[in-house]
Ligand binder design. Structure first.
Ligand SMILES: Cc1ncc(COP(=O)(O)O)c(C=O)c1O
Length: 241
C-alpha cells in the first residue's frame, strides 16, 4: 500500500481541494485516508483521526456503516441507475413517500437533486416558477439571513452571506435582500435565547410586510448556521410568525 507521504505528494500534483487555499498545503500536511470505521478515519501509516466534523456534517451514521454498505451493494447489483425522466423505480418512490410523510402538511412531492447546492438551485428556480405560473412575475426576489451559507454554485452563493466565499464572485451574483439573523451569538447579557431571536426576527417580519409584492421566497438554515461558525437560534424563533 502507498505511504501517506507518497499519496500526499501525488495528490498535490493533480488535485485541487474544495474551500481550500492550495498554497496552505506548502506547510500544512495533506492527510490521506485509506479507510473509515464509525467515527474514526485511518491513514496509511496506522494513525487514526476522530472525524469530529462528520466529514463536513454529511457522515451522520459513521464511516463504513455495515447496514448502509449492504443496502448500497444490494441495490448496485440490481439496478445502479436509470434516468428519472420517463422512468421510475421503487426505491425512488419509497423514499419520496417516506420524506413527504415526514414533511409539513402541504409538501406532497419530492424533486431529487444530487447535492446541497443543486438542491438550493432547484428550490430557487421552483419558487420563482411557482409565482410565474400564478401570473405574479414581479415576485422574484429572495430574502436571506445574514451569516447564512447555502453552497458554492452561483445561485446558492448569491443567497448566502459569508463574505469569505462570495466576495470574489460578487459581480456575478443576483441581488437579494438580507435581513439580520435571529441567531443568539450576539445576544445581550441577561436576555433569553428566545427573546433575542424574537427581537431579531422583527426585521424579517418588517421586510416581508414591506416587500411582499416582489418577494418569491425566504431561505433559511433551520436552527443552526453551520458554515457561519455554528451560530444557533431556538426553534420557537422560526415559529413566531
Ligand atoms: C446549509 C447548507 N446548505 C447547502 C450546502 C451545500 O451543500 P453541498 O456542499 O452538498 O453543495 C451546505 C454545505 O455545507 C450547507 O451547510
Amino acid at each position: 500500500m502507498a505511504s501517506s507521504l507518497d499519496l500526499a505528494r501525488r495528490d498535490l500534483q493533480t488535485v485541487w481541494h474544495p474551500c481550500t487555499q492550495m498554497k496552505d498545503h506548502e506547510w500544512l500536511p495533506m492527510i490521506p485516508i485509506v479507510r473509515g470505521d464509525g467515527a474514526w478515519l485511518h491513514d496509511a501509516d496506522g494513525r487514526r483521526y476522530l472525524d469530529a466534523i462528520s466529514s463536513w456534517w454529511v457522515n451522520l451514521f459513521g464511516h463504513a456503516n455495515p447496514r448502509i454498505a449492504a443496502a448500497v451493494s444490494h441495490q448496485l447489483g440490481r439496478l445502479e441507475h436509470v434516468m428519472l425522466a420517463g422512468f421510475t423505480h421503487e426505491p425512488a418512490i419509497e423514499l419520496a413517500e417516506r420524506l413527504t410523510a415526514l414533511a409539513p402538511a402541504g409538501l406532497t412531492r419530492c424533486f431529487y437533486a444530487d447535492n446541497g447546492s443543486s438542491a438550493i438551485e432547484v428550490a430557487l428556480k421552483m419558487s420563482f416558477h411557482y409565482w410565474r405560473n400564478a401570473g405574479r412575475t414581479r415576485k422574484r426576489r429572495f430574502v436571506t439571513l445574514t451569516n447564512s451559507y447555502h453552497g458554492e454554485t452561483l445561485g446558492a452563493l448569491a443567497v448566502g452571506h459569508v463574505e469569505l466565499y462570495r466576495e470574489i464572485y460578487q459581480p456575478l451574483l443576483m441581488d437579494v435582500t438580507s435581513v439580520p439573523s435571529p441567531d443568539c451569538y450576539l445576544r445581550e447579557a441577561g436576555e433569553s435565547w428566545e427573546a433575542h431571536s424574537r427581537r431579531m426576527f422583527a426585521y424579517m417580519e418588517e421586510t416581508l410586510a414591506r416587500h411582499a409584492h416582489e418577494i418569491c421566497a425566504v431561505i433559511v438554515e433551520p436552527l443552526v448556521q453551520c458554515a457561519g461558525s455554528m451560530r444557533m437560534y431556538p426553534a420557537t424563533a422560526t415559529a413566531c410568525t
